[in-house]
Design a protein around this ligand. Structure first.
Ligand code: NAD
Length: 319
């Protein structure tokens, strides 16, 4: 069994590798060769914590991510509030094959998902990237998104503006100008990422120009919402997995309001595989509902294990 602890992940996982693994597993999900298992998410008796499992099976991949959210971690013991670990198994035998730290992995695989959506759905001439949210995930999102198009400006809004300098630093790393804006300023964006823990819409349909691509990445739980449901009614809607999108993703609200139906939502893997055309005009609004599926974690963990074994840094314990 290969063990890759959290502290080793930064040296083993690149944004490029996370992107490639996520793009491939989205394609496999759409072609029917990969599927996610129902998610388990339970309240814990102490620390107001939530804990659960996300699992799945794909060609050469079987496993689960176990983890959740402990809201008092940072204050009490300096650990980040989200904690997770990936377990991989041999799909031929069921024998455990690896245990991989899942915290940095989660941020990189989530950023890879929105980056995959920008690659396949944003206009090729997109220049202005809009960010809504400036927390832990937002910085990863921004770095990965900037690699997908020739962006020449980042604009950003966050409910807590004191967090925006963290995003400005990421833009500065790449030499791209950064400007905080009001929500109405998002009208200038060609691509927008929303990555907040909001339970009420902030981005409204009137804030979005024709031709924009929006990646909604923060809504991963029943009740959360980042964008006005009417925006999904105006957009061509894509997702990682339809079942999650309509139950706990951004589309949950538009579907329950009757603004869109589940069968109007396309898995992005279909665009990757070429069985759906994706964007068909420069004035179309495309929206990717990235809810976060277990197979993203497993695919990226598998690539980490491969690198660790290949470069001799893997800790292998007998089982
Ligand atoms: P964080 O706590 O570091 O940041 C939270 C962000 O949300 C900040 O920008 C904060 O200002 C903003 N915010 C908080 N309350 C708000 C409100 N009422 N209205 C608008 N904005 C508000 O969290 P994070 O780790 O960056 O995660 C952000 C979101 O992404 C969470 O909802 C998390 O569950 C989700 N997430 C999704 C995936 C996925 O695969 N889709 C993966 C990881 C995290």
């Amino acid at each position: 069994m290969t063990i890759v602890p959290e502290g080793a992940i930064a040296d083993l996982l690149t944004r490029e590798a996370a992107f490639a693994a996520v793009e491939q597993v989205f394609a496999d999900m759409a072609s029917g060769s990969a599927r996610n298992f129902p998610v388990v998410r339970e309240a814990m008796p102490t620390e107001d914590a939530l804990y659960g499992f996300k699992g799945g099976v794909a060609p050469g991949i079987l496993g689960l991510k176990a983890g959740g959210y402990w809201p008092h971690n940072l204050d009490k013991n300096g650990l980040i509030n989200h904690q997770s670990t990936v377990f991989l198994f041999d799909p031929e035998t069921g024998r455990v094959s690896a245990m991989v730290g899942g915290n940095l992995l989660t941020a990189l695989r989530t950023a890879a998902a929105s980056a995959v959506s920008i690659k396949h759905l944003a206009r090729l001439d997109a220049k202005v990237l809009g960010m809504i949210g400036a927390g832990h995930q937002a910085k990863f999102q921004l770095r990965a998104a900037l690699e997908q198009r020739d962006f020449d400006k980042v604009i950003a809004w966050n409910l807590h503006p004191e967090m925006l300098p963290g995003l400005a630093e990421v833009a500065a790393e790449t030499g791209i100008p950064f400007e905080p804006v009001d929500l109405s300023g998002m009208i200038a964006a060609d691509a927008i990422i929303t990555i907040t823990s909001s339970f009420a819409p902030t981005l409204l349909a009137e804030h979005v120009s024709p031709g924009t691509h929006i990646a909604c990445m923060g809504t991963d739980t029943i009740g959360k919402q980042e964008v006005e449901a009417a925006l999904l009614g105006k957009a061509t809607v894509f997702c990682d997995e339809v079942a999650q999108s309509t139950t706990l993703g951004e589309a949950q609200h538009a579907v329950s309001n009757g603004l869109i139906s589940a069968d109007a939502i396309t898995q992005i893997g279909a665009v990757i595989n070429g069985t759906h055309p994706g964007r068909t005009s420069n004035r179309e609004i495309t929206l990717f509902d990235g809810t976060g599926v277990g197979l993203q974690d497993l695919a990226v963990a598998g690539s980490i294990v491969d690198v660790a074994v290949a470069n001799g840094t893997a800790t292998i314990v007998p089982i």
